[in-house]
Design a protein around this ligand. Structure first.
Ligand code: MG
Length: 362
């Protein structure tokens, strides 16, 4: 199982509606796909989207990291010595976590395919069904209520609402408009994407608590670097607070956990550098009594499939944010996870179960 080649392909798929957060507006999902091949002809697939405002990576930087830096160090290694391969991958360059994640998931795909089992079973096989939320982009309150109503009608029981733009009064008006429209039954999780400061966050969250908006959790209320601010929000509110952009690495997780700066952690393969590191972050969180979500960037079904297999395999991962493929006008691949409304299931195919890449001819 000697790694013979690691190739990259570009993919671009338009979104059906612009995805808007406090950090960015996305109209097309761009990604670099990775195909890893062994001397025996076995293959594994991975994906890395360029999320400039979160990981700092671009299409060009991802291609360069994989083709010019990572591939030369991994070619010739035996994937069955996976610890050595992952050590090399992680030491090959600092940061560039999405580039590393694409190669990491291709390695896991390949090893699990070799085992004959779907990746979630290879990793532990804890769950065989997941329920994803659906994201309401940040817009004016009426448009957000319209969107929320439509998503609930489409069968989503959990909505992730993007806030953090403008005055906190506007954010409160957004949630009020949504609650008035859809009632209190659907679960609402908020994501401020770093858009508040610590005091604004406490005021916004406490106001929503007092108004009875029943918010399940609030993601990343404050800037990523402001761990003390994150702790202040966690200490001063009753609503569970989730760290997202503040936690890329296991070292970030260790600091947040030691300070009890958040109640929950959102693990994304594109921040951790793949499943190898994500497993460690989840284990550390579990040991500290902190449950995790697995989420994604704006990715196609390839990256989401890897994230979903990982999430399903870990009891401590209790929240799932895998709606990105549902926002795309088309699916660039055949195989991978199966969507049925908000439900995600797994095929019996080994590894990630990717049968064919439609757009890149793989
Ligand atoms: Mg988030």
């Amino acid at each position: 199982m000697i790694i013979q080649s690691i190739e990259t392909f570009d993919v671009a798929v338009p979104l059906t509606k612009p995805f808007k957060t406090a950090l960015r507006t996305v109209t097309t999902a761009y990604s670099v796909y990775v195909k890893l091949t062994t001397k025996e002809g076995s293959t594994g697939y991975g994906e890395a989207p360029p999320t400039h405002v979160i990981t700092g990576e671009s299409m060009a930087s991802i291609r360069y990291a994989i083709n010019e830096i990572i591939a030369p160090q991994l070619i010739g290694l035996d994937v069955m010595d996976s610890e050595r391969v992952f050590q090399k991958l992680n030491a090959s360059l600092v940061r560039n976590t999405s580039a590393k994640a694409a190669v990491d998931m291709a390695i896991y795909d390949l090893i699990a395919r070799q085992s004959g089992y779907p990746l979630f079973q290879y990793l532990g096989g804890y769950r065989d069904t997941l329920e994803t939320d659906f994201t309401v982009s940040v817009n004016d309150p009426v448009e957000m209520a319209d969107d929320a109503e439509r998503y609930v009608k489409d069968g989503f029981h959990v909505l992730k609402v993007k806030v953090g733009i403008g005055d906190i009064k506007e954010d409160i008006a957004r949630i009020q408009a949504i609650r008035e429209r859809i009632g209190n039954k659907p679960k609402l999780r908020l994501d401020a994407n770093q858009g508040w400061n610590a005091k604004e966050a406490v005021r916004a969250i406490r106001t929503m608590e007092d108004a009875g908006f029943e918010i399940q959790l609030v993601e990343q209320p404050v800037p990523a670097h402001d761990i003390e601010g994150l702790k202040y929000v966690t200490d001063c509110t009753d609503t569970p607070i989730m760290a997202d952009e503040s936690v890329f690495s296991i070292h970030d997780a260790k600091r947040v956990l030691e300070m009890r700066a958040a109640d929950l952690i959102n693990i994304k393969l594109m921040k951790s550098g793949g499943i190898y590191n994500a497993k460690k972050i989840n284990t550390l969180a579990e040991a500290n009594g902190v449950a995790c979500m697995v989420g994604s960037m704006i990715e196609t079904k390839l990256g989401i499939t890897a994230a979903a297999h990982f999430a399903a395999s870990q009891p401590n991962i209790q929240f799932y944010d895998f709606d990105a493929p549902l926002m795309l006008v088309s699916d660039p691949l055949i195989g991978g996870v199966i969507y049925e409304g908000s439900k995600i299931t797994f095929s019996k195919e080994p590894g990630l179960g990717i049968l064919r890449l439609k757009r890149v001819g793989g």
